[in-house]
Design a protein around this ligand. Sequence first.
Ligand code: HEC
Ligand code: HEC
Ligand code: HEC
Ligand code: HEC
Ligand code: HEC
Length: 273
Amino acid sequence: MKGSLVMLKRICFVLALVLFSVVAAQTNHQPTPTQAQEPNYRNNKCVACHTQITQPVALSNRYFEWHSSVHRDAGVSCEKCHGGDPAATDKTRAHVGILPYSNAQSKIHYRNVATTCKSCHQGITDTFLESKHYQNLKATGLGPSCSTCHAHMATEVVLSPQQTSSLCAYCHNTINGALPPRPEISEKAEAVMHALNRADVAVAWAASLLRESDMKRLNVAVERVQVTAAQGMLKDAKFTWHSFNLEMTLKKADEAFTTAMKAKEELGKKLAH
Ligand code: HEC
Ligand code: HEC
Ligand code: HEC
Ligand code: HEC
Ligand code: HEC
């Protein structure tokens, strides 16, 4: 048992590296050069200094990852996740309390990162903390944590359905692994990711037709209720995903999809007139 645990830890390490490169290759959220003045960050010395760093590339790229993230757009600066003093211009003083990722006390260490995110994403984090996965992660260091699936600066969801399936299979479907093979877990996870992606697009589609209808001043009260409901169902499905309850997530994602498609059909008919 001990041997297989070591093995599993090794697999996790390799997995982290694989994901790291996937993440690096996939981060494609476009920066917005028009906002180059950084109005939200004028007095933030972390941003001011790190934006100037060009070497080593790995460090420099961390800034760029954040620069192109939803967090930057939302005014979530470096110290919110890393700690330190954003008012200090001097590196040493700014970095007080910041520990490298590999340090078990670091705010971004895989065991602590959920707590760091929790200050702003309470619902999702609570769901995650209650899952068996987190119980296990905490006890043994095994299992995916927030930044396994969300890119470094923690915004993009970086895994395609196939990548998600491989992620799950690493632990749940390996020959002679520490866990009994459960191929259905990775298959279902892939299906759930397809369902979430499909629902994402359907909801956005319906919402854009609703905006178009509003511009044309059509009476779309019923459809508005449907679109709002679909958005709520989708949000709920994403919460449930973080508990790893795959059946329930699939059900909710499909409900969001069906509801959004119904609204889309009706709006399409009204817009065609
Ligand atoms: C005056 C420039 C400067 C300021 C201000 C600054 N940093 Fe850094 N930071 C660096 C440099 C240079 C490195 C590369 C490692 C080194 O030289 O210590 C670095 C490394 C880091 C690392 C990598 C971890 C490590 O220990 O190597 C993190 C995380 C980080 N900075 C976050 C921050 C945050 C958060 C703030 C604001 C609270 C901040 N930095 C403010 C220059 C700065
Ligand atoms: C200081 C508050 C704060 C912290 C800390 C924080 N976030 Fe966020 N996060 C936000 C805000 C604000 C947004 C954008 C608005 C929204 O959609 O909620 C956001 C957006 C996101 C999104 C994208 C949602 C979308 O609709 O595209 C993800 C994923 C995310 N955060 C994950 C994380 C993770 C993982 C961590 C921890 C490493 C974290 N966040 C830490 C405030 C925070
Ligand atoms: C096993 C992979 C995985 C792990 C681990 C994970 N997430 Fe997610 N997360 C996802 C997926 C998949 C979505 C939905 C993607 C989409 O938008 O279609 C998501 C969505 C989100 C969103 C956006 C929700 C919304 O309503 O739009 C936030 C915020 C978030 N995750 C935060 C976190 C935090 C914080 C943690 C750690 C406590 C975490 N995630 C752990 C895969 C994961
Ligand atoms: C929403 C949370 C969040 C924000 C905001 C954020 N980071 Fe990070 N950062 C992380 C996480 C989580 C990791 C480590 C996990 C990973 O690599 O995905 C990380 C990793 C890093 C690393 C590598 C650390 C190491 O010890 O190897 C550096 C450097 C860094 N970030 C710098 C910054 C800078 C500079 C900013 C602001 C311009 C910033 N981060 C903003 C969450 C964040
Ligand atoms: C690093 C290893 C690891 C990875 C990767 C992983 N898991 Fe797990 N998972 C575990 C462990 C350990 C348990 C707890 C086993 C137990 O006690 O039953 C678990 C439990 C589960 C359970 C509960 C099983 C049950 O019958 O109660 C589900 C469902 C699950 N994982 C789904 C997933 C999904 C979906 C993914 C991919 C997104 C995934 N896991 C990725 C290690 C992992």
